[in-house]
Every structure is written in C-alpha cells, then in structure tokens.
Ligand binder design. Sequence first.
Ligand SMILES: Cc1cc2nc3c(=O)[nH]c(=O)nc-3n(C[C@H](O)[C@H](O)[C@H](O)COP(=O)(O)O)c2cc1C
Length: 227
Amino acid sequence: MAIISIVFHSGLGHTKVLAEKIQEGARSVNGNEVSLLEIKGEDVSNGQWKNETITGKLDASDAIIFGCPTYMGSASAVFKAFLESAFYPWLDQRWKEKVAAGFTNSASQSGDKLNTLVDLQVFASQMGMVWIPLGDLPTNNYSEGSIRTVNRLGSFMGVMAQSNADQSFDATPSDGDRLTALRFGAHVAKATQRWIGQAVYQTERHNEEQWKLLEKERIGEATIHSK
Ligand SMILES: Cc1cc2nc3c(=O)[nH]c(=O)nc-3n(C[C@H](O)[C@H](O)[C@H](O)COP(=O)(O)O)c2cc1C
C-alpha cells in the first residue's frame, strides 16, 4: 500500500476539482491510502503557514502531489507560504526520495501556468524528491482534438487546467482537464508503487490505438487504462 497525499490550495474551488479527480484516479489503483490536504489562508499568520496535522501527514507519505492555482503568473501566495514552511523538512531531508508531482489551473489558456509547474518542480528538487511528469501526449493539436480530450493544453511537466473566469467550478475546468487529472492520479499512484518496490509498473507508450482511445475517452465514460 502506498500513502499518497494531494496537498493543494484553491481560492474559489476550481483547483480543488482537479485535486478530487487526482484523488479518484489514485484511489482506483489497488490498495492505496490517498488523502486530500487543503492549504488554507487561515493557517497563514504573519506570512508563515503552519498546520502540524498536515505536516505530519506529509511526513508520513510515500508521494506528495502539489497543486495550486496560478496567480499573477506563479504559485498562489497561500501555497507559496506553505512551500516555504518546508524549510524544516528540507533541513533534515525528511522528504528526500518521496515521489512528487504537480498540477495547476488558471483562467487563461496559457496564463503562465508553466511557471507555476516549474516552481513546484524546483521546490521538489530542493526537497530531494523524485518528480513524475504527466506522461500523456497532447491531443488538442490535431483537427479532432477539443477541450474535451486528454491533455488539451499540451503540458508535460504536470497537469495544466483552464477555468473560464466567469464560471463556477461546476462548469469549468473542462471535461478534458478533469480526465487528464483522473489519469494523472492513477499514473502517479502506479509510479509510486513501483518506486517503493510494491509493483512492477510498465508505463504506457503512446501508439495509434492508444491515440484513438484517448480521442474517444470522455469524462463519465472514461476508463482508466489498466496497463
Ligand atoms: C490574484 C489572482 C491572480 C490571477 N492571476 C492569473 C494569472 O496569472 N494567469 C491566469 O491565467 N489566471 C489568473 N487568475 C485567474 C485564476 O487562476 C483562476 O480564476 C483560477 O481558476 C482560480 O482557481 P481557484 O478557484 O482554485 O482559486 C488570477 C486570479 C487571481 C484571484
């Protein structure tokens, strides 16, 4: 059994949708304990984030998946305060060799989301963690692609999602982004089991058949590939 924590900040709930989908995907892999840990502004005082319950759970995790909205072109300030609180785990290399992965969401198609994922990956590297990238090829750079297909924003480092600024989290991010998050959760869970020596995980390779499957997959009728 792998212990996986999804630690995230979400101002208005859009990024939380992704966190929940990642949790669903990670739980679909046999025998994992998967927790959602929400970083909240109320735990920040004088610019410093503190919540010992959450820190304790992270210390006990095999994998930590980090997620936050992109605000002003980088990780949201509340999440950044949380990242800075990891100075003490950094000092004694407490998170070294845990699996890490990341996701972000913002209103624009680009919105400089890549910068947020870079922030998260650099942070994970400082912590000595092992980063798992997205693993799904982009699908919305072909005529048959759409906002409903997997990795429609063409990200590689982690999940990118886009939420229309005038819609609530019920309506946005898109089905394709939700499906991307779902698949990513399963992917990170399998990679974690492999990393901690509990399973052999032969990662998927994209081929013509796989491509057609991804094009057809829609949220609701989505199946997570068992390979
Ligand atoms: C302070 C602030 C800064 C923002 N900066 C960006 C940005 O740089 N790029 C972008 O595309 N969207 C930006 N947005 C829009 C949010 O990323 C978007 O509304 C997102 O869905 C919020 O996710 P949440 O509901 O989980 O907080 C910003 C929103 C706020 C409140």
